[in-house]
Design a protein around this ligand. Structure first.
Ligand SMILES: Cc1ncc(COP(=O)(O)O)c(C=O)c1O
Length: 345
């Protein structure tokens, strides 16, 4: 019944079991444990390339510490105006980069394009200006849409042209991979992504994300930055255990496929109702829908959880690995009763 966020969920039983399994005997601290060592190999298999892997406990730490490796303190990081790094991280990117500037750009359905970015990338070599350093995109985006490999490659071509790094906030990376059905490599290094904040918490982990660098050279200062930021966990084995279980037997993709299927059903059910308008294509596990005030109030009174989005009668619905199909049907039913059950042609 709670569609407020994929953060409202608990954790997958497989993840809890992995934490319990890691809770036997001693293990070397600060990432020198066996599970962390295995993790690097596992990520290399999943991404089909050598990769530097740094587990952290929050997405904000992943994003900000990754960006800190990709920009000088006087750099500019280009991102969407609704990007989590710009709206929901309390200035952490600016703080941990030592003062780099986030340059925000608007773009339809949460996406950036080379056409939007190109005119904004300016000031290189001018002492008065921040120096273009990186582009950061979110996958899936804050509007619930997903960048296709060709769209990422186009952004990376622009990045290369200006010697910028390309960062991906993959808090919902699994939903993007599951939605597109393509290889993780196709959405990252093969399309020119340099660093990925690989999310797991929203999709079944308890508290586990990983920063991946596809060019280990770019990762040279990460270990020091993570420690300095207070994000190097002494008992890192418990974070690594979550990530290992997350990748095992494709749990991450199974969870994401379920979440996406629930969002697709919500979207199709709502789109068929008069007076319900989807604001963005539904590519992953988020649905943005404009309804009447009356319908929103009825839904709240019926006990559904969701966030209102902005001033207009718009709500955001997020599905997750444990969303029940019955909750989705019941949600559509309440909206249908309130708006009238005549379906659109
Ligand atoms: C797009 C995006 N990036 C990153 C995060 C990670 O944030 P947190 O620091 O809360 O784990 C979130 C969480 O809501 C998110 O939606």
């Amino acid at each position: 019944m709670n569609f407020a966020s994929d953060n409202v969920t608990g954790a997958s039983p497989e993840i809890i079991a992995a934490i319990a399994a890691a809770n036997h005997g001693p293990a070397m601290p600060y990432g020198a444990d066996e599970i962390t060592r295995r993790l690097e190999q596992r990520f290399a298999e999943v991404f089909e390339c050598e990769v530097a892997v740094f587990p952290v406990a929050t997405g904000t730490a992943a994003n900000t510490l990754a960006l800190a490796c990709l920009t000088p303190v006087y750099g500019a990081v280009y991102c969407h105006e609704e990007a989590h790094i710009a709206t929901d991280e309390c200035g952490a990117p600016e703080f941990f980069t030592g003062g780099a500037k986030l340059v925000t750009c608007s773009g339809e359905h949460g996406k950036l394009t080379p056409e939007i970015l190109a005119p904004r990338i300016a000031g290189a070599g001018v002492v008065h200006n921040v120096q273009p350093a990186a582009i950061s995109i979110t996958q899936e985006t804050e509007a619930g849409t997903v960048y296709r490999p060709a769209e990422i490659a186009a952004l990376s071509a622009l990045a290369r042209q200006h010697t910028l790094a390309l960062h991906m906030d993959g808090a919902r990376f699994a939903n993007a991979v599951a939605g597109l059905g393509c290889a993780p490599a196709d959405l990252t290094w093969r399309a020119g992504v340099d660093a990925l904040s690989f999310g797991a918490t929203k999709n079944g982990a308890l508290a586990a994300e990983a920063v991946l660098f596809f060019d280990p050279k770019r990762a040279e200062s990460f270990g020091y930055r993570r420690k300095r930021a207070g994000h190097l966990l002494s008992k890192q084995r418990f974070v690594a255990a979550q990530l290992e279980a997350y990748l095992a037997d494709d749990l991450w993709l199974r969870n994401a496929r379920h979440a996406n299927a629930m969002a697709t059903r919500l979207a199709s059910g709502l789109a068929a109702l008069p007076g319900a308008t989807l604001l963005h294509p539904v590519d992953g596990n988020e649905v943005f829908v404009a309804l009447s005030e009356r319908a929103i109030e009825r839904l709240a009174a019926a006990g559904f959880g969701f966030y209102r989005w902005g001033e207009a009668p718009v709500i955001r619905l997020v599905t997750a690995f444990d969303t029940a199909a019955a909750s989705v049907e019941s949600f559509i039913g309440v909206v249908g009763e309130t708006l009238g059950s005549v379906t659109k042609r």
